[in-house]
Every structure is written in C-alpha cells, then in structure tokens.
Design a protein around this ligand. Structure first.
Ligand code: 9D3
Length: 275
C-alpha cells in the first residue's frame, strides 16, 4: 500500500484495509469510507434511508457512498422486462439472467475475473444466511459492498451461481422483495462505522453484542403520571446501578429471549455453537 491522502481515499470511494496499518491520515479521526452499490428495480425505495438519520448524515459527510442502479436500465426490449415465467410452471415470476449480469458487469466490472476483488457481493434472498450482529460487524469492515435486490418469486439460479454472490436473509418471514432487507443491512453496517455515531463506544456496549437485551432506561422527570423512576437510578451509587441494570437485563432476556441466554451459557462452558 502507498500512503495516500484522506481526500483521495474519499474521492475514490475507497477505504484502506483495517489490518494493514500502512495508511496514515492527516487527522486522528479515522474516516473509513464505504461504498454501497445497490442493484434494484425500485431505486426510489432507498431515498429515505439515504437522506435521513445516521445513514443520511454519513452520506452527507462523505463517510458512506450509496450508488443506486436501476436494473431496468439494463434491459433491451421495449417493455424493459426484468422477469419471466418459471420453467416447469408455478406461480409468480423469476428474474431473468441477462439484465442482472449486464448490470453487475457494468457496475462492478467483468464478472468472474479478478476485476472485483475486495467487493463483497450480497444477494438478498429468503434462502440466505440469516443476518445477525456478528455478520453486521464483519460487513462493517468491508470497503465496498454490492447489494442485489430481488422482487417477485426469485432469481434464475444462474444469477446466484454465476455471479458469485452470497445469499443473505434478514429473518423467517416473507417480504415482497430484497429492498427493505438491503436497507436493514445498510443501516446496521453504517452505524458501526467509526465516525457515524456520536459516541464511539455506544455501538459496542449494547444488546446482541454482549448476548443480552438492553436494561430499561429512564430520563426526567423522576415521576410521570404516577410512574416513578426506580430509586436506585437516582441514588448516584454506581456499583448498585450497574448491579441493578445487569439484573434487569437478564430478567428481560429470560422473559422474552431465552434462546439468547442459552447461547451465552454454551459459550461460557466452551461448547460449540452451530449458528
Ligand atoms: C419464501 C417465499 N417464496 C416461496 C414461494 C417466495 C418468495 C416470496 C417473496 C420469494 C421471495 C420473496 C421476496 N423476499 C425477498 O426477496 C427477501 C427476503 C424475505 O422475504 N424475508 C427475509 N429476508 C429476505 S431477503 C430477500
């Protein structure tokens, strides 16, 4: 790696490898730009995510670049069709290979070649690996992520096989397409980038990262409509507050997410997890 300026890194939409340590920056604020390329038939669906809240701020500050690509721009027929009926029959429509291959080649470079090393290629499908916080963490270390969103019943399997995309699902429920899952991914990744949140430590010490749910939080006033803030939180005794928060967090986790506690116990006894 050659040392380059932060502005060059930003302009190129690039980010130095985290482990390399050979880049140095003019400021102590390590800006790690991430570029997302989204291929979709509904680019407009992403407008709110791109302009509002934490992702919106990260885009405005140059920390994140979001390139939306309309799949229909890569169709050749006058109806701009991206889908067709499934071979073998059945309900619904299937994404055709030609526009998707052309879009991916145009956006990422020649497919299957060495033109796109370092690009994480994700296709959102209900069959994919279930998204969780460890995967979010892993993806937040990438500098370039391509997201391919489907709609209708799915993709011609040659798209999945031939383009080398990894399949990701956001959970076991049926949505109408991969756009909302892609936004979920972007939101979860961007908030983990150094510089995207106000408090650097806040993204680390939270539920799912330590395996239990959040403890209940309170702010002023100390009493509202007859409901009092627990006395211990007003006491100023930090050891007692920490103890109280720990107990409430475990209690909540046991009540609604016993599976998380089981995972934690397995980890503590050194047993292997199968997910
Ligand atoms: C599982 C349902 N499929 C069996 C007939 C049909 C189907 C319905 C809806 C296939 C794809 C879709 C659209 N969903 C996604 O593209 C999707 C998704 C989801 O529905 N749930 C959770 N994660 C994801 S990621 C992409």
């Amino acid at each position: 790696y050659k040392p380059v300026s932060l502005s060059t890194v930003r302009r190129a939409g690039l980010r130095p490898a985290r482990r390399a340590g050979t880049f140095f920056f003019p400021t102590s604020r390590r800006a790690m730009a991430v570029r997302f390329d989204i291929i979709t038939i509904f680019p407009g669906m992403f407008s709110s995510v791109v302009s509002e809240s934490i992702v919106g701020r990260a885009v405005k500050s140059g920390l994140v670049e979001i390139n939306r690509v309309d799949l229909r721009d890569f169709t050749e027929d006058k109806h701009r069709s991206v889908d067709d009926r499934p071979y073998g029959g059945g309900p619904g429509m299937v994404f055709k290979p030609e526009p998707v291959f052309d879009a991916v080649e145009n956006v990422l470079g020649e497919v299957g070649s060495s033109a796109e090393p370092g690009i994480r290629k994700i296709i959102l499908t209900p069959q994919g690996r279930r998204l969780d916080q460890p995967l979010m963490r892993e993806l937040s270390g990438e500098s370039r992520i391509a997201l391919l969103c489907g709609h209708y019943e799915g993709f011609d399997h040659r798209i999945v096989e031939g383009l080398g995309f990894e399949e990701v699902s956001i959970g076991d429920y049926v949505l109408s397409g991969g756009e909302l899952p892609a936004m979920v991914l972007i939101d979860g990744i961007v908030r983990l980038l150094p510089g995207a949140l106000g408090h650097p430590e806040s993204s680390e010490q939270e539920s799912f990262e330590n395996g239990v749910l959040d403890f209940p939080q309170y702010t002023r006033p100390p009493e509202y409509r007859g409901m009092k803030v627990p006395e211990v939180l007003l006491s100023g005794n930090h050891a007692e507050i920490e103890q109280w928060r720990h107990e409430r967090a475990l209690e909540r986790t046991r009540a609604s997410r016993g599976d998380l506690l089981e995972k934690l116990e397995l980890q503590e006894t050194g047993q292997e997890l199968d997910n």
